[in-house]
Design a protein around this ligand. Structure first.
Ligand SMILES: *Cc1c(COP(=O)(O)O)cnc(C)c1O
Length: 404
């Protein structure tokens, strides 16, 4: 078992007070907190090696370039990519997805189909809609059931030789449901479709193995896994990244430029135009090391205990309904109380120092499915405690009394 108090001491913000109360941070699905080692590594970069990368012959530029590329290799090993040039630095999941949808604009034709799931975050819906509008392809949606699970037979029925891309999230941000992506990838490949997995909510909880999954693309953000904001990774299979055109033009991404014609750099630089978030990319590696030192088995054990306790305690409250009751779940509880707007509960418990997310969680289609304006979402990390959950439950009860 983890020594949670020792781990909490790594995160300075966890000992802060909010509204005069000890902070209970249950908005990890929106962004995680950062350990001191990550905060220090950002300062260390700017204090000791700040320089532009891949350009200068001078020593600092070499040091910065080495640190950036070492981080890329670290992340390659973390997700078990075959080559480090399949690991692209991005500003986050949204950037990674848009890079792919932009590339497919030159591949899709009218009549082609793109399959997305009904559990997606807006950032894995809207770019595909824009792509379909541009190309004349059609968007198809895998439906969900009352438990918040994808209906797999309906997915099977959507697939045909017209299907060119299938995209789903690994774990739903709004409900915490873990999708059967291995099955989805295998079935999609059987009809020749490419598969993009939105791993934004998975990487804080597990170590994806992109070769075992055999996905074509896997996108995630650094800031939800203890890393800095403005960082992310797009993994793409070499053959796909070679096939797709560059996303942005500029410095870094070229081989040779004349006014007649420009040739593009090799992977990964073809997709990394301009000066990137150098500090962020390096420090994302620090965050990955931090999580691996704690160990994903330990992380899951703690988070599963938190999920079980929160589910049990919340259901003691009369009129409380949990959305996303499928059995394969990450440490997220999305709920409402009969007759009370989620925003009102969120505001009251905020006064008690408890940070939860209320609203549609960038997943309006899910809220429409359940015919609700939104939910209260408590999303837990390994550094949260059973006592914090009890504090939240008491606060929710108090809010309910005040509002009914
Ligand atoms: C947070 C999130 C995104 C978007 O990530 P950004 O860091 O905002 O780019 C996409 N998909 C899911 C499932 C998410 O949770």
């Amino acid at each position: 078992m983890l020594d949670i108090q020792k781990i909490r001491a790594d995160f300075p913000i966890l000992s802060e007070k909010v509204n005069g109360k000890p902070l209970v941070y249950f908005d990890n699905g929106a962004t995680s907190q950062k350990p001191q080692i990550v905060i220090d590594a950002i300062a260390k970069y700017y204090q000791e090696i700040n320089a532009n990368i891949h350009r200068g012959v001078h020593t600092l530029s070499q040091l910065a370039t080495d640190a950036y590329e070492i981080s890329r290799v670290k992340i390659q090993h973390h997700i078990n990519a075959k080559f480090s040039h399949e690991v692209l630095f991005t500003s986050g999941t949204t950037h990674g997805i848009n890079l792919v949808t932009n590339g497919f604009a030159s591949i899709l034709k009218p009549g082609d189909e793109v399959v997305v799931s009904s559990l997606e975050h807006h950032s894995n819906i809207v770019p595909w809609q824009m792509l379909c509008e541009k190309t004349g392809a059609t968007l198809k949606v895998i439906p969900m059931n009352e438990n918040g699970e994808l209906i797999i037979e309906d997915f099977d029925a959507l697939l045909s030789e017209k299907t060119k891309v299938v995209t789903v999230n690994h774990i739903s941000n709004a409900l915490g449901i873990i999708n059967p992506i291995k099955y989805i990838i295998e079935k999609a490949h059987a009809v020749g479709a490419a598969v993009l997995i939105d791993g934004a909510q998975a990487v804080p909880h597990l170590k994806p193995d992109v070769q075992d999954l055999d996905c074509d693309f896997y996108a995630f953000s650094g800031h939800k896994m203890c890393g800095p904001t403005g960082t992310g990774i797009l993994y793409g299979k070499e053959e796909w990244l070679n096939k797709l055109p560059p996303y942005q033009g500029g410095g870094e991404m070229i081989k040779e430029v004349t006014f007649e014609k420009t040739t593009y750099a090799d992977l990964p630089h073809k997709f990394e135009a301009g000066t990137p978030n150098i500090a962020g990319g390096i420090v994302l590696g620090t965050a990955v090391d931090y999580l691996n030192n704690i160990g994903f088995d330990n992380i899951q054990e703690q988070e599963n205990a938190l999920l079980a306790h929160a589910t049990k305690r919340l259901l003691e409250i009369e009129g409380l309904k949990i959305y996303g009751t499928g059995k394969n779940k990450a440490s997220v509880v999305s709920f409402n109380i009969d007759g009370i707007h989620p925003y009102d509960i969120g505001s009251i418990i905020d006064k008690l120092g408890i940070a939860v997310r209320t609203g549609h969680h960038c997943a309006q289609p899910i809220m429409n499915f359940f015919c609700i304006p939104g939910t209260i979402r408590a999303s837990f990390s390994f550094y949260n405690t059973i006592e914090e959950i009890d504090t939240m439950v008491e606060a929710v009860k108090k809010a309910k009394t005040m509002l009914s």
